[in-house]
Ligand binder design. Structure first.
Ligand SMILES: [Cu+2]
Length: 499
């Protein structure tokens, strides 16, 4: 991704925020350190609003009129999001409301954000990020605007785990309930979280309950205390609202929050037990102050759906694809050879390719999206503007998938680009034999959803079906929240248009 942008550029995106398009953080709406470098982008042709505020000092307006939830803000500038986030441009943004305030959840110093990120460090303590020369078709260093281009591989995994910026930290806690606001702010790493009691022993089912996710509180609390590998799966961009009741353990107990999610997920390398398999420790060694009267609500929130929710007006289907590009190559220091650059696209389209009618949605329309995944990686797909409900998840045979194909959104094929599946236009129905389903931690409202992978043998593709109401006119983004995937073009705009 490059369109002659300045090397230093940032644009904020409030992930999960319900905001006007000019404040959404369009990837081209960057500001830079040169006061003269940027002029206003043209107005959004859909909303008529300015595509971004003018100048290199901008004020964004976030109305905060949505319900209570754990949204977050991070950089979204074209081609450099992963680097800016890695360098630290990511933070929590907690929204509260009267309903949540009335639940008597652990609060104050007993509510703790836990931002989980993996990083690697050079010997001098500076951050290390893998990057290799991008080569053109003749094997020469690619040059854009007179500058050599370096590209990362389309995934990045650090070899240390940080929580709130500290490597493998610990937290001294009282024997009482704590509310932890989990955020996976990593580039590419999934975490499958579980608690391990030092010295062994089971974790009581009542000791850890998930009460919320991206879109706020869940309809029912979910026990996630299992002391094995069936823990809480959290993909890049996802959040978890987790209450741990440390009164369930004897004083002096040490609990380790562990991870065993493969990289890439789910079919990749195992974690290292003593490094990337560990997140942080809780040490129950502080005396209880006062009395813990806070509660874990069994039913944190009643989910209220908009009118007309059960009669969506349209279904849009999108293919998530991996393709090898043969006009660009990446030098591999492992093999000493140049490999075709792996690109990740939607229906064969890159970020800047033309908008298709399927990518235009009527204002206030309720629509279903089916995301079909032919790759062997799970992709956490994030749709800006909306909260959606996850209706279905599973896998379907390639034959059933092809039979449903009505070709409503043709692929764009660039030089050397070979989409590995063709397009799908009509809804798929759930296949049998799927190892994936919508789990209780995905109920309620979400804006990032883990799309199951296709099978390693290529005989099945994964899919997820979500339903959303698109209620502000303008141009927004949706993309994979594996940031290196997003920047290898698994990002598309969509428009919400007043009829
Ligand atoms: Cu992805």
């Amino acid at each position: 991704m490059s369109a002659g942008e300045p090397e230093i550029r940032i644009v904020p995106h409030l992930h999960g925020g319900h905001v006007a398009p000019e404040f959404d953080g369009h990837p081209l709406a960057w500001v830079t350190n040169d006061p003269a470098a940027q002029t206003a982008l043209p107005a959004d042709p859909v909303s008529g609003r300015p595509a971004r505020p003018n100048g290199n000092t901008v004020t964004y307006t976030y109305p905060n009129t949505q319900g209570a939830g754990h949204v977050w803000f991070h950089d979204h500038a074209l081609g450099i999001t992963r680097i800016n986030v890695y360098a630290g441009l990511a933070a929590n943004y907690i929204i509260r409301d009267a309903h949540e305030d009335g639940l008597n959840l652990p609060a104050g110093s007993y509510e703790v954000p836990l931002v989980i990120q993996d990083r690697s460090f050079n010997k001098d303590g500076s951050l290390h990020y893998s990057a290799v020369p991008l080569l053109d078709a003749t094997g020469e260093q690619a040059v854009v605007n007179g500058q050599p281009v370096f590209t990362s591989f389309p995934e990045f995994f650090g070899n240390t785990i940080l929580v709130n910026g500290k490597v493998w930290p610990y937290l001294d806690v009282e024997p009482r309930k704590y509310r932890f606001r989990l955020l996976n702010g990593s580039d590419s790493r999934f975490y499958n979280l579980w608690l391990e009691r030092q010295g062994g022993g089971a974790i009581p089912a009542a000791a850890a309950k998930l009460i919320g996710n991206e879109g706020g509180l869940l309809p029912a609390a979910v026990s996630v205390a299992r002391s094995d590998d069936s823990g809480l799966l959290i993909a890049p961009g996802e959040r978890g609202d987790l209450i741990i009741d440390f009164s369930q353990f004897a004083a002096g107990t040490v609990l380790t929050l562990r991870n065993n999610a493969a990289t890439p997920y789910p079919g990749g390398d195992s974690v290292a037990s003593n490094t990337t398999g560990r997140i942080m420790q809780f040490r129950i060694n502080k005396p209880l102050v006062g009395t813990d009267t806070s509660v874990i609500p069994a039913a944190p929130r009643t989910i209220v759906r908009p009118a007309g929710w059960n009669t969506p007006v349209r279904t849009a289907t999108f293919d998530l694809q991996e393709t090898d590009e043969f006009d660009r190559f990446v030098y591999s220091s492992e093999t000493g050879t140049a490999l075709p650059r792996l690109m990740l696209k939607v229906n064969g389209r890159a970020f800047a390719d033309p908008l298709h009618p399927q990518e235009q949605h009527n204002l206030d329309a309720i629509e279903d999206w089916i995301l079909v995944n032919a790759t062997v990686d799970m992709h956490p797909m994030h749709i800006h503007l909306v909260n959606f409900e996850v209706l279905e998840k599973g896998t379907i045979s390639v034959q059933d998938y092809a039979a449903a194909d009505a070709l409503t959104m043709p692929s764009v094929t660039g030089a050397g680009l070979q989409p590995d599946v063709d397009d799908l236009g009509t809804p798929v129905t759930p296949g049998d034999g799927s190892p994936y389903t919508v789990n209780a931690d995905e109920f309620g409202w979400k804006e990032t959803v883990r799309v199951p992978p296709g099978s390693q043998d290529g005989l099945r593709v994964g899919y997820v079906k979500v339903r959303a109401k698109f209620d502000i006119a303008g141009t927004y983004m949706w993309h994979c929240h594996i940031l290196a995937h997003e920047e290898h073009e698994m990002m598309r705009p969509f428009q919400v248009v007043a009829p």
